[in-house]
Design a protein around this ligand. Sequence first.
Ligand code: C5P
Length: 206
Amino acid sequence: MIIAVDGPTASGKGTIAKALAGHFGLPHLDTGLLYRAVGRQVMLAGGNPDDPHAALAACDFPEAMLEDEFLRSEEVGGYASRVSVHPDVRRALFERQRAFALQEGGAVLDGRDIGTVIAPEAQVKLFVTASVAERARRRWLEMQSRGIAVELAAIEADIAARDVRDTGRKDAPLMAAADAVVLDTTLLGRDAAIEAAIKTVEGHRP
Ligand code: C5P
């Protein structure tokens, strides 16, 4: 069974995908990490993430980059969002994601275009979303807990800008697949969101 979990940044899709993988005993790939590794590689090379050539060259990142401690930072997230608009970058990362989805026994992948581009044949597609204000609040709390001082308004502006870039790009824009189940987590706590996702998968599994 392939489970596709898509949605905007800080919607809770990563937490949900991880929990689904644990519950159903499936391997999990956070595809955002691949784009983040490309963004980080451009950053380290001092390149411009808006330049398609610099971004494509960075797709050759070393495997160890996936363990880079800065990968999950807001700054790398911004770079990831910028390199991910280039069609050549998306093409370069396609096979790796596709092979992961098609492995024997199935898999859970989370990202932006899993249900639409990477694995349109997925048996279950979830589109996890939440209001911008709630996503900003969650990201802010998470950063507070890590001792990072940032303004809530700055996070909200950053998330809104990232949404515009992710939904507005020509190649594989962020959108719910026609056959996706939309899960709005704005008013749901972590456990309730996971429970709703498990129920959805159980109702759709082959
Ligand atoms: O999910 P995460 O915030 O880690 O993703 C970082 C960036 O990578 C996103 O803002 C998005 O632009 C890009 N991305 C993408 N397609 C995916 C996963 C991530 O374009 N499947």
